[in-house]
Design a protein around this ligand. Structure first.
Ligand code: GLN
Length: 590
């Protein structure tokens, strides 16, 4: 402890600056928090997020508190303005931050809600530095990458450790070692290790083993060169994980060990597996979690009892994921970015969770609504046992989405409307059940005569929102004796749940009475305002017709699959097999 303190002070003096530049958040106790840093070498797309989150899960399951942070190299401030074509889905956190899908991986595997401080971009960091510079915060000094930008990075990481009282902070460095964009992160983390002292920072490097089919053997040169780049930056990894199709051969492990100063027993094979959900246990079997505990000296924080119980639960889930399924069903997802699965990554995950829990082999097909004329929607959906209309923005494809809702409603095909899909269901109902044929959303028709979906700035003002998007976790009051109350496992009198929102438009309250008079039930509302958040049709009318103004997919977790998806999949199973007897399925649709 004393020597750690010494190094910290020394590092502070090194910059020859005032106290102000010491990258220490208030309340920071050196040695209290430990750090695992995950770098990727050779190429991107190695699954750093899965590696880091699986390892973090292993430590969390032993009773340690963990806090992940993703350090993004790009200059955007958040992911709100990124096209799903380029960057996959926008994942919204409970506090309203729009992040990228990697944070979803962490939330799901750790079963832990994350916050603003778990996500940093170069844009955020530079903005902090530049704001400080403009307000005279650097006292006339020239502002430099080192120590100011790197100081800011270290500050944010330590601040996260304090705010979330983390035993271990998991730091995932975006991009690949050797990129311009992340060089300052690598430097900052090297400094962090130096300042925190031995046993406080563990560097893990992910690398890629090439297996050219023409050679039929593993080639480690690219991995060696990638690791060398990390060593050149002054970072000596403590452990290495290799990505490959086949398990890492002994000779390959030895070569990598020799070129990187990492003992062979700390070179782990992270070869492809049937399911990512088997990665945490595979890590445990290979002793990767134990290695991290040793490197960071955390033995005394391990709760063996808790670890055993958590391992049992996870094994159970793994067995469900990997075993042969009893049921099958086909679900159509009628959206706009169908060609790009990443744009709806969380929907895929939510269905994956439900498929495991209900022992159902779900064939989810993404139907690109922009390719289909509204008149052909029914034909396109005829072989499906359920329909999802996911979230979306803009006019393109909306008439086909409405036609998809109509098909599901009229043919009694189970339906789940998500955000825009909720709004489409309201418009469809207004048009074809209430007879308001020109019902529309002002998102598509700014001067609509009957804007059942509209922007209602007044309501947002009451909620105290500055921007025009309603973002983040919000409470939803669920109506007594509703399908929603049953799905969420609430008592008959209903109750309050919490969901994640990302929308600008909503149901105009002027139309609620007519919609309800014609049989649509708004079973979830804002606790104080007339903001409609869940809709459903009574069982007597439709086997499963549900919509949420929020994104239920963002809250589905492996061991806690989302009830709206569970209900949909169960209904789809029964749609596929009217005589299904499985209680696990029937329990969701009674
Ligand atoms: N475009 C709609 C709105 O802004 C729906 C948003 C969404 O589906 N995420 O309200």
């Amino acid at each position: 402890m004393a020597s750690t303190q010494f190094t910290l002070e020394k590092a502070g003096h090194q910059t020859q600056e005032s106290e102000f530049f010491k990258p220490m958040p208030p309340g920071y106790a050196a040695g209290r928090h430990k750090y695992v840093v995950v770098f990727g070498t050779v190429m991107s797309g190695l699954g750093k997020g899965i590696f880091a989150s699986s390892l973090a899960k292993q430590l969390k399951d032993k009773g340690l508190s963990v806090a992940p942070i993703k350090l993004e190299g790009y200059l955007n401030i958040d992911s709100g303005t990124l096209s799903p074509y380029r960057h996959g889905e926008v994942f919204v956190l409970d506090d309203g931050l729009e992040t990228d899908m990697d944070l979803g991986t962490y939330e799901r595997l750790l079963d832990q809600n994350l916050a603003r401080e778990n996500y940093a971009t170069a844009g955020q960091i530079f903005r902090r530095v530049l704001d400080k510079e403009r307000s005279g915060g650097y006292l006339g000094r020239d502002v430099q990458m080192i120590p100011h930008v790197t100081g800011e990075v270290k500050y944010l990481i330590r601040d996260l450790a304090v705010k979330q009282n983390a035993d271990v902070v998991f730091i995932e460095v975006g991009g690949t070692v050797g990129d311009h964009e992340n060089a300052f992160y690598i430097e900052a983390l090297r400094e962090l290790a130096f300042e925190e002292g031995p046993q406080n920072v563990c560097f893990a490097a992910l690398t890629y083993i090439i297996e050219p089919p023409t050679l039929g053997e593993q080639k480690t040169k690219a991995a060696q060169l990638g690791l060398k780049k990390l060593l050149e930056a002054g970072v000596q990894p403590h452990l290495i994980a290799t990505r490959s199709q086949q398990p890492l051969e002994k000779g390959s492990a030895e070569k990598i060990a020799m070129f990187s100063n990492v003992p062979p027993n700390r070179v782990f094979s992270m070869h492809d597996r049937a399911s990512i959900y088997t990665v945490p246990s595979a890590m445990h079997e290979d002793g990767l979690d134990k290695a991290v505990i040793d490197i960071l000296g955390l033995e005394n924080k391990v709760d063996a009892k808790q670890e055993a119980a958590n391992a049992r639960d996870w094994r159970h889930f793994e067995t469900m994921v990997t075993s042969t399924r009893a049921h099958t069903c086909r679900i159509a997802i009628a959206g706009k970015y169908a060609a790009l699965r990443d744009a709806y990554a969380s929907i895929d995950k939510a269905l994956e969770h439900c498929g495991a829990h209900l022992s159902c082999n779900i064939q989810a097909d993404w139907i690109d609504v922009t390719d289909i004329h509204p008149a052909d929607a029914s034909a396109a959906l005829k072989d499906y046992h359920a329909v999802i209309v996911p979230g979306g923005f803009g006019h393109r494809g909306t008439e086909t989405k409405i036609a998809c809702v109509r098909h599901a409603r009229e043919h009694k095909v189970p339906y789940l409307g998500i955000c825009l899909g909720f709004q489409m269901a309201v418009i469809e109902y207004a048009r074809h059940v209430c007879g308001t044929l020109d019902a529309a959303s002002t998102e598509f028709l700014p001067h609509a005569a009957n804007p059942v979906i509209d922007i209602l700035p007044e309501q947002k003002k009451i909620e105290g929102l500055g921007g025009n998007m309603r973002l983040g976790g919000k409470d939803v009051l669920i109506k007594a004796n509703s399908l929603a109350a049953r799905l969420y496992g609430l008592p008959a009198e209903g109750g309050v749940i919490r969901e994640r929102f990302r929308h600008r438009y909503e149901v105009d309250p002027r139309f609620i009475e007519t919609l309800e008079a014609h049989g649509l039930v708004f079973s979830g509302r804002h606790p104080q305002q007339p903001i409609m958040q869940v809709l459903e049709l009574p069982k007597a009318i439709h086997p499963y017709f549900v919509g949420g103004q929020f994104h239920p997919e963002l809250l589905s977790r492996p061991l806690r699959p989302h009830p709206m998806f569970m209900g949909l999949v169960a209904a789809a199973v029964r749609q596929a097999d009217k005589d299904v007897k499985d209680e696990a399925v029937l329990g969701w649709i009674r």
